[in-house]
Design a protein around this ligand. Structure first.
Ligand code: GRF
Length: 310
């Protein structure tokens, strides 16, 4: 239970202890002050007394935890916590944890997310269907990162290489059930339970359901092994893409990293890198060159998207 809370609130053990102390002392303080204040109200204990007491305690509680949190060094946490409660009660509008700025041309300079709350670690879920070489590179890149953590891997294919990577790297993995993905909750609950902030598709072959896009607006990215908008769309994956590029006698191909919307390979482009298509290229040799580009750029582009503004 404590581990769950740590994950949910993204805090370490000591911070969790201080937060729980704040709750306990803040709660007691509310009770004591509430009872004292009720002495000033000239009413016998009855239903009206109870209603007034409940209203008073509801108003006092946030104030009490905020005051106590100062002494436990948890003021920033409780401000965010109370904001969330206010949003849930419809008293305030939702503020995105991560905000996007588009101050540079998307195709060459990815927009960046700016942290504007107390979130100390951005937790990423990787969705993949295949070997997982991109997933591995992303894991390697962020292994020692202080503010970005690969926290979950989701895969739709039992026996896929990426599941082996998850187990070697000790990363929790979920094998996606098709029915649940498309007709159920699209795994939004599981992502929330794991406190996922951002989703990276790395060779994930299924279309992302609208429910998931709605739950993570502007927070899902994909990599495509061609220069979109050409050679994208349904059925354009793996070697089919490279075969089409070669057949069309293109002189160059490349990669596109883009935001995900409800259509295949369609959302706003963030980054593209190019490579030549050689005369004697086969789908396999071109795929190798494209993979090198993916491995070189995908982790870095993710980092740039998620890095706090300088
Ligand atoms: C990559 O080529 C990527 O562009 C595409 O699927 C492939 C995944 O390869 N979306 P891997 O599983 O990461 O090796």
């Amino acid at each position: 239970m404590f581990q769950r809370l740590q994950q949910k609130w993204k805090v370490n053990g000591l911070q969790l202890l201080l937060i729980l102390c704040t709750f306990a002392i803040g709660g007691s303080l509310t009770g004591i002050v509430g009872r004292r204040l009720m002495n000033f109200i000239p009413l016998e204990q009855g239903w009206l007394w109870v209603i007034i007491y409940i209203i008073l305690v509801t108003l006092l509680w946030p104030l009490a935890v905020l005051v106590v949190s100062i002494f436990f060094g948890q003021f920033a946490f409780f401000v965010t916590y109370l904001e969330k409660i206010a949003v849930k009660m419809g008293l305030a509008r939702k503020k995105d944890n991560l905000q996007m700025t588009t101050d540079q041309t998307p195709a060459t300079n990815p927009s960046r997310f700016v942290k504007d709350t107390g979130i100390s670690v951005i937790r990423i879920a990787i969705f993949a269907s295949g070997a997982g070489s991109n997933a591995q590179k992303i894991l390697d890149h962020f292994r020692d990162s202080a503010h970005i953590k690969i926290s979950l891997i989701l895969c739709n294919k039992s026996g896929a290489g990426v599941l082996g990577i998850a187990s070697t790297e000790n990363i929790p993995a979920i094998l996606i059930d098709k029915e649940k993905f498309f007709r159920g909750n699209a795994y939004v609950e599981e992502l929330r339970e794991n406190a996922i902030d951002f989703i990276v598709l790395a060779g994930f072959l299924w279309k992302i359901p609208a429910a998931l896009i709605k739950a993570y607006p502007g927070k899902i990215v994909n990599i495509h092994p061609a220069l979109l908008p050409k050679y994208g769309g349904k059925g354009m994956y793996g070697n089919y893409v490279h075969e089409a590029v070669i057949q069309a006698k293109e002189s160059e191909s490349g990669i596109t990293i883009h935001y995900v919307d409800e259509h295949y390979d369609h959302g706003d482009a963030i980054f593209q890198a190019r490579c030549s298509v050689l005369e004697n290229d086969t789908a396999e040799t071109l795929a190798q060159r494209i993979h090198l580009l993916e491995h070189e750029h995908y982790p870095q582009v993710i980092e740039r998207i998620l890095s706090p503004r300088q």
